[in-house]
Design a protein. Structure first.
Length: 198
């Protein structure tokens, strides 16, 4: 019987059940909402997930270059933004860097690209969002704090920065935002230059 249950086990069904229960209760994964969870505790969940999937990353790296959307620095920014004092925030960045790259042995990235979408434009884009927002995306203060952290991290860790808006109008407009194709072209140019192919 246990073997039959294991064969029928579906991770997506379990996740959907948990999410539906949380939604029914009016909460996300954490009753205090994700933006209120201690930065180190929240980061640990993502770090463990990345460490668990390290073999997949290593396997892909053995075949060539790998591009990851959100990696260690994403956790640094979203969780570091919760820390108001600069000294403590920088210490958190160092803690996260050591945890993931040294203790868990995740491969360090050769190039980091930051797509900078100012928070006020993120708020504008949310109006066209089809998917349901997560707890962090719903919280405007969290988004603003994460943006500040990303800007700080981009300087500390030598990110290549792409501005995702062409101009800033008043009032702001969807027309201010670069197209995905324009952003894609800039990303490709940065990578080609890094590989000495541009």
């Amino acid at each position: 019987m246990r073997e039959e249950l294991n064969d029928e086990y579906d991770e997506k069904v379990v996740e959907a059940t948990i999410n539906a229960t949380a939604k029914h209760l009016g909460i996300g994964w954490f009753p205090e909402t994700a933006p209120s969870v201690d930065p180190k505790i929240s980061s640990a969940f993502f770090a463990i997930d990345r460490a668990y999937n390290r073999s997949k990353i290593d396997e892909l790296l053995a075949k060539g270059n790998v591009v990851l959307d959100r990696y260690v620095y994403s956790a640094m920014a979203h969780q570091g933004g919760k820390i108001a004092k600069t000294k403590e925030r920088r210490e958190f960045y160092e803690w996260e860097h050591k945890l993931e790259f040294e203790m868990f042995g995740l491969p360090e990235d050769d190039i980091r690209i930051f797509l900078h979408m100012p928070t006020k434009y993120t708020e504008l884009l949310k109006k066209r969002r089809v998917e349901e927002l997560d707890e962090n995306e719903k919280n405007s203060k969290h988004l603003l704090d994460a943006e500040k952290s990303f800007l700080e991290l981009s300087a500390l860790y030598d990110f290549k920065k792409i501005k995702c808006i062409k101009k800033e109008s008043n009032p702001i407009s969807f027309d201010d935002i670069k197209t995905p194709e324009e952003i894609h072209e800039e990303i490709c140019q940065i990578i080609l230059e890094y590989l000495n192919l541009g």
